[in-house]
Design a protein around this ligand. Structure first.
Ligand SMILES: [Zn+2]
Length: 161
């Protein structure tokens, strides 16, 4: 059961001291992230395009592999210069913001997928991390083709980074 990515509830013993903005989650936020963890495992299994996209990224790991990596930790990040999340590839650390946690399950799932793409080696200069959200079904291709965001999907074609 524990051979999946970890959700920081204050039990991250090896948390790097420098990552002071990463905080434990509790209560309903923990439950939301737990539900997302199982949803993502199911998604990666049932949607081959998702793992295929992840395998094309710099570290060539599938989303299934990343989700099953218990050395990766997800925490609350505050403050955060971005709307929904931030990550530190070198530390296998992902932070989701309070906004991401109150923006609905689809947005939280898309945020996690975006941040896992960074853990898979995507730098923060282009559209590749956000494209992971599209590849995993959190947007529609018309948005990419037209560059116009559909506010009903989490994917945003204008996000670089
Ligand atoms: Zn990003």
């Amino acid at each position: 059961m524990n051979a999946n990515f970890q959700i920081n509830v204050g039990d991250w013993k090896t948390k790097p001291a420098a990552l002071t903005r990463l905080k434990p989650v509790s209560g309903s936020d923990y439950q939301k992230l737990r539900q997302c963890r199982w949803k993502l495992i199911k998604l990666a299994r049932e949607r081959p395009a998702c793992n295929a996209y992840f395998l094309s990224l710099p570290n060539h790991r599938s989303l299934t592999s990343l989700l099953g990596d218990s050395s990766i930790w997800v925490s609350l990040v505050e403050p955060c210069p971005f709307n929904y999340g931030e990550s530190w590839e070198a530390h296998n650390a992902i932070g989701v913001t309070a906004l991401a946690l109150v923006s609905g399950q689809q947005q939280l799932l898309a945020t996690l997928v975006h941040e896992f793409a960074h853990i898979n080696g995507v730098d923060s200069s282009g559209h590749s991390a956000e494209l992971a959200a599209l590849a995993c079904g959190f947007g529609n291709w018309k948005e990419l083709l037209t560059g116009e965001d559909d506010p009903d999907t989490p994917y945003d074609p204008s996000i670089n980074g």
